[in-house]
Design a protein around this ligand. Structure first.
Ligand SMILES: Cc1cc2nc3c(=O)[nH]c(=O)nc-3n(C[C@H](O)[C@H](O)[C@H](O)COP(=O)(O)OP(=O)(O)OC[C@H]3O[C@@H](n4cnc5c(N)ncnc54)[C@H](O)[C@@H]3O)c2cc1C
Ligand code: SF4
Length: 278
């Protein structure tokens, strides 16, 4: 395998549509398990901005979760989501850009079952073990998006700047369809460079997990209060980070037999998050 280490965006653009490597905490295990095949890896760390600017409103996609969780300038929801993600070792390597694009943790997918997301016609989780899976948007693939920071950024109304364009965070994600099994809207080779994060009046992130530390969200709730209203978003409930307007939207959930408990788990978390932001 060849490793390229471009030092500028121009050099990176000339590197072709090869696998992009940031902290490597998600990509390297996928390569090791044969779920991603790459002859060329492009280390983007010298190209993607790292650090927080403009009082917390501009975040380089190469900033690590460990750097974000201690930055007093960024909104509390994002700080708390980063602090509750993964383990200290993973957070010190893992970048926010890589976190937003991490692959699903569905074990059928990780064990390379020929499921819908891998291009097949069945969702093995729907028929099999699915306790950690989705309660929304689960018609074709019932995976649960694993990113805590993505839900926080969605509630905050963040925008993403890439090497090709600027888009709202909710435009970065989409449910997989018959024609396109990808859950993100990035083009091959498109690199996330920066996140623009509005400053709310108050915000928070609450997370229910199997252990008190180092566990993916069963349900994560991000809430942010702005002058014109409150924005809510959930992690761990759909194949992509999921926006809701209010607790009442839980009535529209389509849980599987083994995930119905997530609806009841989300309810008090939403209430507590709303209480916390006043
Ligand atoms: C055991 C374990 C537990 C975890 N627990 C949690 C958890 O509880 N909550 C949570 O939110 N996350 C959790 N994670 C995920 C972890 O936070 C991510 O693995 C990490 O943030 C990914 O960042 P990275 O820089 O290492 O990405 P990489 O592994 O380098 O890349 C991940 C993907 O993103 C792409 N990529 C990376 N940066 C960019 C960019 N700037 N532009 C375009 N593409 C890019 C890569 O090509 C690759 O496809 C866990 C991971 C592990 C292994
Ligand atoms: S939930 Fe999605 S990733 Fe998991 S088996 Fe079903 S289609 Fe595959």
């Amino acid at each position: 395998m060849e490793l390229r280490q471009p030092s500028s965006l121009e050099e990176l653009n000339g590197a072709g549509n090869n696998s992009l490597l940031a902290g490597g905490t998600d990509l390297v295990p996928l390569l090791r398990d044969g779920l991603v095949e790459a002859e060329v890896l492009v280390d983007i760390r010298a190209v993607v901005p790292r650090g927080v600017q403009e009082g917390g409103s501009r975040i380089g996609a190469g900033t690590t979760l460990a750097e974000l969780e201690v930055d007093p300038g960024i909104p509390a929801a994002l700080r708390e989501a980063c602090a509750l993600a993964a383990s200290p070792q993973l957070r010190s390597m893992g970048t926010i850009g890589g976190n937003l694009l991490q692959a699903t943790r569905c074990w059928y997918w990780r064990l390379d079952f020929p499921c819908f997301l891998h291009g097949g016609s069945r969702c093995h989780a729907r028929e099999g073990a699915h306790r950690e899976h989705a309660i929304f948007g689960n018609g074709r693939c019932a995976s649960a998006h694993p990113s805590d920071p993505a839900a926080a950024l969605l509630a905050l109304g963040a925008r993403v700047r890439t090497s090709q364009r600027e888009l709202a965070l909710d435009e970065l994600y989409r449910l997989p369809t018959e024609d396109d099994r990808d859950v993100t809207a990035l083009e091959p080779g498109e690199v996330i460079l920066q996140l623009d994060v509005p400053q709310p009046e108050a915000s928070t992130y609450l997370k229910a997990m199997d252990r008190a530390r180092w566990a993916f969200p069963l349900v994560g709730v991000a809430a942010a209060r702005f002058a014109d209203g409150v924005r809510l978003a959930l992690a761990g409930v759909a194949p992509i980070p999921w926006r809701i307007e209010s607790e009442a939207d839980l009535e529209g959930a389509t849980p599987l037999p083994g995930t119905a408990y997530k609806v009841e788990l989300a309810r008090p978390l939403i209430r507590r998050a709303l209480d916390a932001i006043g």
